[in-house]
Design a protein around this ligand. Structure first.
Ligand SMILES: *[C@@H]1O[C@H](CO)[C@@H](O)[C@H](O)[C@H]1NC(C)=O
Length: 412
């Protein structure tokens, strides 16, 4: 953790721009969207036709991740950026790659790697919209569609290729896609791109790019395999970090040894003993989330639940209602959102203990800015013991046995 802190540029502390006082609904905007340096699009000396595309899309001013990324990418540097979705991240790399693209030559000049077809289509539509006055040819190529169609498509020029690593490696190794002039490689959602199955594919794929390639890596989290990869392939990259570090400061962490079949009983006891303002309870699967939510209702408490198989819209609604105090208790699976930035949550319970320290930190950790008091209680079965020791070690923290009486001043 501490090495990570040193490696990233600290959060930009510039004063807020006038953006916040504009008459738009900013209630749900967080600082990573509003805390800009006050740059204007004109500051980057972009091509006129690109500027027109940007304004047509209704982008008023660059967002923080765009302000941090665009000048550095235009200057030719590789970038490692830590940024969430919904902060203008896609346009942060799309705008400079469009600016760099020379349509008088027909080679592939940029490749954007994404983990899924859905994201490939989304990204290419941003490229097409922003580049609509530029005559840029953008092609999407992902697994799950016939390779033959993609091969035909290469009879016409392709300037920007967007796709999943396996398919693009396929095209490169069959000499269908010539990447020797592709000077920019974007890796979006790098934490997913570099998951175990993909990593060897990426290492092979990179060999098809020219030596002076520029790599732009965007990711919400930086697990160890992403750090290893970036250390090897982008040692001199410019670091951008627009997310607060998660911290365990202010939290008291306890564990309770409990048999699987006693977990609900144990939870019930905690409910009756603790001064819960709001609590989040984590389970390890969507099915267990639903089952537990049902159990909790049966023992007479009301609760919401949220899990990764629900529609994004429903998830947003549940989260929003919970945040507004609609319920004291939320049962959750591991979602892609990180950290609990709900200040009224004073108790987190790991009904199922997580398998690694990354997940533990995402469930329990808080943004450094707030660092207020809280209680974390971990249910530990025999199978979890080793994991708990490992997580304590990796996060350099201490999880203590839960005492008979928990001092209220620790979390209220
Ligand atoms: C979740 O936890 C239960 C109970 O500890 C266990 O039986 C199950 O295998 C776990 N599932 C996963 C996916 O880890």
């Amino acid at each position: 953790m501490s090495s990570e802190k040193k490696r990233y540029v600290p959060k930009n502390q510039a004063p807020k721009s006038a953006a916040e006082s504009r008459p738009v609904d900013t209630r749900f905007r967080t600082e990573d969207v509003t805390n800009t340096k006050g740059n204007e699009w004109e500051d980057y000396f972009l091509k006129r036709d690109l500027l027109m595309g940007i304004f047509d899309k209704g982008f008023d001013k660059p967002s923080p991740v765009q302000e941090e990324s665009i000048p550095v990418i235009l200057a030719g540097q590789s970038v490692i950026a830590r940024a969430k979705n919904g902060t203008g991240k896609t346009a942060a790399f799309v705008i400079p790659i469009l600016e760099k693209c020379d349509t008088t030559i027909s080679n592939i000049q940029s490749v954007v790697l994404v983990p899924t077809r859905e994201l490939a289509l989304q990204t290419s539509s941003v490229i097409k919209e922003l580049g609509k006055y530029l005559n840029i040819e953008c092609m999407v190529s992902t697994g799950g569609t016939p390779l033959r169609e993609d091969i035909y498509r290469f009879y016409k020029p392709v300037h920007i290729l967007v796709g999943t690593p396996g398919r693009i490696l396929d095209l490169a190794s069959k000499e269908v896609a010539d990447l020797s002039k592709a000077h920019v490689l974007v890796m979006d959602e790098a934490d997913k791109l570099l998951s175990q199955d993909f990593q060897p594919i990426l290492e092979q794929l990179i060999e098809y790019f020219p030596n002076d390639r520029q790599i732009l890596m965007y990711s919400a989290t930086f697990p160890i395999h992403v750090k290893d990869f970036s250390g090897k392939y982008l040692p001199n990259a410019h670091m951008i970090n627009l997310m607060d570090e998660l911290t365990l400061k202010g939290l008291t962490q306890y564990y309770a040894f409990v048999q699987e079949k006693k977990k609900v009983h144990c939870l019930n006891t905690l409910f009756s003993k603790l001064q819960i303002n709001q609590a989040i309870i984590f389970c390890n699967s969507t099915l267990r989330v639903e089952l537990l939510a049902k159990k909790i209702t049966e023992i007479g408490y009301s609760c919401f639940f949220i899990h990764s198989k629900m529609q994004q819209l429903d998830r947003n609604r549940v989260f929003h209602d919970f945040r507004n105090g609609g319920c004291r208790c939320l049962v959750s699976s591991d979602l892609t959102t990180r950290g609990i930035d709900i200040q009224t949550v004073n108790v987190v319970i790991n009904f199922d203990f997580p398998k690694n320290s990354e997940t533990y930190l995402h469930r329990i950790g808080r943004s450094g800015r707030f660092g207020h008091l809280g209680l974390a209680i971990n249910f530990i079965t025999d199978d979890d013991k080793e994991n708990m020791f490992m997580i304590e070690r990796e996060l350099d923290t201490e999880i203590q046995p839960v005492p008979q009486v928990i001092d209220k001043s620790l979390y209220t």
